[in-house]
Write a new protein. Structure first.
Length: 132
């Protein structure tokens, strides 16, 4: 994935089409891994956009199965942004995406201290972008 916003957006859209059309191939798992790792290790890797795509994908039964192998990476992403949302991001939007991702994690892998933080946040906050 590039650092050029247009290239990243096009790549996300293409990956999304493959996921929704069930044309996902083994090399696309590598692309998912790269996407998650870049989100984890790069500062401001289009945080809002990437988190939104991931949060929406994880709500879809035909897509979320592709993320089961990324349990540890997903938890690390949740931990990273727990106290460190980039200042240029829309914090309520990012938090709502993280709450959605955390909900997926809890349902599929169990409760952790980190997911409990997001569950508690959901109870006390009214985030416009939360998908139930």
């Amino acid at each position: 994935l590039s650092k050029d916003k247009n290239v990243v957006l096009k790549s996300l859209a293409e990956l999304s089409l493959k996921l929704y059309d069930e044309r996902f191939e083994s090399n696309d798992l590598t692309n998912l891994s790269l996407l998650l790792n870049r989100l984890l290790f790069e500062d401001d890797f289009f945080t809002e956009v990437v988190l939104h795509y991931i949060a929406v994908w994880l709500q879809q039964d035909i897509i979320k199965v592709h993320f089961y192998g990324f349990k540890d990476l997903i938890l690390l992403i949740l931990e990273k942004f727990k106290n460190n949302i980039p200042s240029q991001c829309n914090k309520p939007f990012v938090l709502s995406q993280l709450i959605n991702i955390s909900s997926f994690y809890e349902v599929n892998f169990g409760v952790t201290e980190t997911t409990k933080y997001y569950a508690d946040l959901r109870k006390v906050a009214d985030y416009e972008y939360i998908i139930y």
